[in-house]
Design a protein around this ligand. Sequence first.
Ligand code: NAD
Length: 474
Amino acid sequence: MPETYPCLIDGELITTDATMEVLNPANEQVIALVPSCGKEELDRAVAAARRAFKTWKATPIDERRKVIQGISAAIKDNADELFRLLTTEQGKPHAQAQMEVFGAAGMAAAQSTLNLDEVINQDDEQRLSRTRRVPVGVVGGIVPWNFPVMMAIQKIAPALLSGCTIVLKPSPFTPLTTLRIAELIKDVVPAGTVNIITGEDTLGPLITEHPDIDKITFTGSTATGKKIMEGASKDLKRITLELGGNDASIVLPDADVSKVAEQLFWSSFSNAGQICVAAKRIYIHEDIYDELSQAIADYAKNVTVGDGAQQGTGVGPIQNKKQFDRVCELIQDAKDNGYKFLTGGDVDPSGTGYYVPITILDNPPEDARIVAEEQFGPVMPLMKFATTEEAIARANNSEYGLAGAVWTADPAKGVEIAEQLETGTVWVNEYLHLSPFAPFGGHKQSGFGAEYGVEGLKEFTYAQVITVKKDAFA
Ligand code: NAD
């Protein structure tokens, strides 16, 4: 019988009679069971968070910082166990799992140093007016399966720092590492401030509509984001939505092919392409298209697809069957339409594990599904462009607006193009770099609000303006 990982409610580790299986995507074996929480457990968690909020919001910020630093230390001290577990449930290679676990610890530590300073609006003979940030209360955090640890921590840390308490739900596909962290921080966080519960997808709507939750912070698909907005509208909960993307990279003719090929490859294929800000459309200037597309395809031939726990694996399996089927469908659509493949494209339907070969398409049309939709898998379309104006227009021709990149030997030109891209983040000559001190968020249907930095922290608060008339009784 596989081990059952408990949830954390009000400082206690709990299990339920009903459980859910968690699979290893590399071999489709059941690795563990987790509680299938419903309304009863959610109500207990929310009530605990509400009780804890009373004291936590009044706890001096420096003490709150220490608790977050304690979470960071617990993750770092157990990183070896955690990153191996993360690979087993998520599929990503050990090196990438290690980066996520250490990244989450670093993110928590960095976020613990942020400040929400009061702002003086007016201070003269007549009045003193100041704006202070007040924690909103109990937060519901809902997390996807691609970066389960990072996404959980980037919600827990700012919620706690702002003075809020939180009930967090990991994805049913990847709850284990988060539950293990819950065990590790059980005695680090005051009871009720952090509650972590697992359940089927039906648990999400219960969180969104819970009358005693004040705010939802959600990372996941645009389709689910819309449902969350609808659910949260019933009592006008505050919401932060970090949703999907179909990010474009633009490679100018002066880019050094020998240097960018490898970086472009990993901008698309890290975590088997399952990154919201992965490069999902790459536009290459026609002068270097043949040379660069060949260099990327050649690089791909030396990257091994396999079990993330095996040494030498560069690209792991897709995390779950539903996503595997979707990626296979997009590849089949490209085949049916006769698009040209530079490499990959042949999925073994009888194999065990959700493996998709590294697949690179050669200049498919703009309306191809693989170009127009978010693929979220190891499949990258390379497209040719003639003018910068055309590349910008094609990059912006998307319902999404999450991130993008420009690659050029002329950084000033890169910035000029970056400023014309309709996305929340643009990198020039690098990719996937996110700072705990800079806001990260999307435009268009990639969501709204921000995570990270002071802007991210503010999302857990509301602005209260207190104005004192100085000469009222003069
Ligand atoms: P998903 O929307 O299917 O699920 C995300 C979470 O929402 C899970 O915990 C799930 O159980 C829960 N959920 C499902 N239905 C719900 C409902 N009706 N109400 C409330 N919660 C519900 O997303 P996914 O497939 O886990 O993740 C992949 C998607 O996430 C991709 O589109 C990707 O681009 C996006 N993503 C975005 C970011 C970002 O920061 N913008 C980061 C990572 C992933």
